[in-house]
Design a protein around this ligand. Structure first.
Ligand code: MRU
Length: 368
């Protein structure tokens, strides 16, 4: 079973509970397992509760999505974000829609809208399809959430061997508990290294344009007591040249059969820089991020987002009125630039044309 265990540490302490969310409904989320100060997503009776990640670190505000419009808006606006986390949220969303929409055609349309709310992270479609097909939709959504906690713990444990003592690690975007509703993927590995006494130093890309690195990754690393230093994305090259970076580790939104990997915009450039400097480049991701239906990265759909995300900074316009903008939210790193994938089933090495399809044959984790 990929060497996975499921640990249930009991209810969430009152101090960490989102207002309006019953404590028993939080079981199965990251917060129930002491992994984060926050609960990213939780079932709340007649709604899916979520932490609005756009407001962090300035404010901690929980919202409730009760309709398909609210579910889609939370995902599309990045209030809920990170590939595994939107999968879990989408799964709970489908469970809710199946409770509240009686007409089959209206339900199918609503589910299709949730599935398409963000196109690149395959976890969303994967979880939506799984809950749509289940006899017990809410039970299935809860299971997906509980599985992610166990999967993240296994990824963190498996990734430890890649982290030397005192390693200087460059990372990009946010891949911690907020991004997975568990313990995180790439950030989970860094945090595990800290807990194992390896004293890593994390170089945190701010991650333009929406600053998931500056706002969320830095926050989570600090909560975990990791020595972290924030840098602008364009400092990555000189950090590799002058700061003794030992490795790069990032998460993923979709990994295809040959190892080509979609992740937050800027990741591809980091991989090229790492190759130039002879630095290993790792990707940490659960099996639900692997898409066996696609052969190469050329066929991964890349989400393009609004011009305002680039023409403004902190709500203030910085570019001339009417500036034309190219704003892809993700890029695709060729598999040949990736030294290894860290998964809940272990570490995958090249040739990925063999090791990735073999992953499909491994049994899935069960926490039922
Ligand atoms: O646009 P976002 O913030 O959802 O992008 C998130 C990322 O690119 C993460 O690196 C990825 O989803 C992995 S999360 C463990």
């Amino acid at each position: 079973m990929c060497g996975l265990r499921h640990r249930d540490d009991g209810p969430v302490p009152a101090a960490r509970r989102p207002a309006g969310v019953l404590p028993q409904l939080l079981l199965g989320t990251g917060a129930g397992h002491g992994l984060s100060e926050f609960t990213a997503v939780a079932w709340d009776g007649d709604a899916v509760a979520y932490l609005d990640q756009r407001l962090l670190p300035g404010a901690v505000r929980y919202e409730r999505a009760r309709t398909v419009d609210e579910i889609v808006a939370a995902i599309a606006s990045l209030a809920v974000r990170g590939a595994p986390c939107i999968g879990i949220f989408g799964g709970f969303g489908v469970a809710l829609l199946r409770q509240t929409i009686a007409d089959p055609r209206t339900l199918a349309d609503a589910i299709a809208r949730v599935r398409a709310a963000r196109p690149t992270a395959v976890n969303l479609a994967w979880a939506v399809d799984r809950v749509s097909a289940a006899d017990d939709p809410l039970g299935e959504a809860q299971t997906i959430a509980r599985e992610q906690v166990a999967i993240d713990a296994a990824i963190a444990e498996n990734g430890l061997e890649l982290i030397p003592k005192g390693a200087r690690i460059l990372t990009h975007c946010n891949t911690g508990p907020l991004a997975t509703a568990g313990g995180g993927t790439a950030l989970g590995v860094i945090i595990a290294a800290q807990r194992a006494g390896k004293k890593p130093r994390a170089f945190v890309d701010e991650t333009r344009p929406l600053l998931q690195g500056a706002r969320l990754n830095y926050l989570e690393l600090r909560q975990a007591g990791v020595d972290a230093v924030l840098q602008v994305d364009s400092a990555a090259a000189i950090a590799m040249a002058r700061q003794g970076i030992d490795l790069v580790i990032v998460g993923a939104d979709r990994i295809v059969r040959n190892g080509d990997t979609a992740n937050k915009i800027g990741t591809y450039g980091l991989a090229i820089l790492a190759a130039h400097h002879g630095i290993p480049f790792y990707v940490a991701a659960p099996r639900s991020t692997f898409d066996a239906s696609i052969e190469t990265g050329a066929d991964i759909p890349i989400e393009e987002r609004s011009a305002e995300e680039v023409t403004s900074f902190g709500g203030v316009r910085v570019a001339p009125e009417g500036a034309a903008v190219y704003n892809p939210a993700f890029d695709v790193t060729p598999g040949r630039l990736i030294a290894a994938f860290v998964t809940e089933c272990g570490i995958l090495r090249p040739p990925y044309g063999e090791s990735i399809p073999a992953l499909e044959l491994r049994p899935l984790i069960s926490v039922r």
